[in-house]
Design a protein around this ligand. Structure first.
Ligand SMILES: [Zn+2]
Length: 323
């Protein structure tokens, strides 16, 4: 059994690789751009980037590729057999089998794939803000909402491996169109992308008059302008952030109703403004949650592992699934 594993977190723009020991300590780290190049078949360009990172780690640390466990976190629907069924934000890799590609390129035998949100949940469960918490949900607020569910101490993988796609839970059945083709998905309201969309709408509707003036037109107001202004105390920006928190709490309350979870770990890009979101989300949760006062207090905290959650979790997958 190897004392170290590699975790590779493939994002829409960047791929982050880490070399990790069994205590979850990052020994080395690499960052590359994620290619969006369809040449050579499904995932060939991405497979090349991954194999370069693995080869670099192996060379720097004199590791044996045949026995080195490797975990890959992918943004998309990852089948239990490790094949990627569908990656809406990374179309060129849909259908790819990275375990096969890495075996071909490097002779790697121990390569395992998992959805990136599920990886983040496993990372936080092992070494982060979900440590020792047998029932919690990881909620990654990026362009969309990713996540992973830990129930009774186990990752919920589901029938095919597609479990935990919490961002596509409908919270407004006739609401905004989502990238998945559905309407009113949670991620269109409570993510960084949701904030951007609401900002655009509110600016056009005249609900952000000071920001529109400051930015020189309704079309120029961005989500970042709203968070900056909210941090400075501008009331209209705080009102919009409270609306995002309201939507966030809507989805969290649904998850509580279904899973009876009492603990949420919030990560992703938007979690840098957790101070603007979480206090009011916690308040809304009191109103939205079925039987709130019959439950222990619901904990909503930010991620400990932040940008490394997915890569660390991918390494954990590699440690856990190697035969
Ligand atoms: Zn959707």
């Amino acid at each position: 059994m190897s004392d170290v594993a590699i975790g590779l977190d493939v994002g829409g723009t960047k791929t982050l690789g880490v070399l990790v020991n069994r205590e979850g300590v990052i020994l080395d780290e690499l960052k590359s751009s994620t290619p969006h190049d369809a040449q050579g078949g499904a995932g060939a360009a991405t497979g090349k980037v991954l194999s370069e990172q693995v080869a670099t780690f192996a060379q720097r640390h004199e590791l044996d590729l045949a026995t080195l466990p490797i975990g890959i976190g992918m943004p998309g629907m990852v089948r239990r057999d490790g094949r990627l069924a569908f990656a809406p934000n990374l179309q060129t890799v849909s259908g790819a089998s990275f375990p096969e590609l890495l075996k071909e390129l490097l002779g790697s035998e121990l390569v395992f794939m998992e959805n990136d949100g599920n990886c983040a949940a496993l990372g936080e469960y092992a070494w982060g803000a979900g440590r020792g918490v047998e029932n919690f949900v990881m909620v990654t607020l990026g362009t969309g909402i990713g996540g992973g569910i830990i129930a009774d101490g186990e990752l919920v993988r589901g029938q095919s491996g597609f479990g935990g796609e919490i961002g596509h839970m409908a919270v407004e059945a006739r609401g905004a169109l989502c990238g998945c083709g559905g309407y009113g998905c949670w991620e269109r309201y409570a993510s960084g992308g949701g904030l951007a969309r609401l900002t655009f709408e509110w600016a056009a509707e005249g609900r952000l008059p000071q920001l529109v003036e400051l930015c020189g037109g309704a079309q120029n107001v961005r989500g970042e302008d709203v968070t900056r202004a909210a941090n400075e105390g501008l009331v209209e920006a705080l009102t919009l952030m409270n609306d995002v928190a309201w939507w966030l709490a809507r989805g969290l309350a649904n998850l509580v109703a279904i899973l009876d979870t009492g603990h949420f770990v919030i990560g992703g890009g938007l979690s840098v403004v957790a101070d603007l979101l979480l206090p009011s989300a916690r308040e809304h949760l009191v109103d939205f949650t079925f039987g709130y006062d019959r439950r222990p207090p619901i904990v909503v905290v930010t991620s400990d592992l932040t940008v490394h959650a997915g890569a660390l979790g991918a390494a954990k997958v590699a440690f856990d699934r190697q035969p």
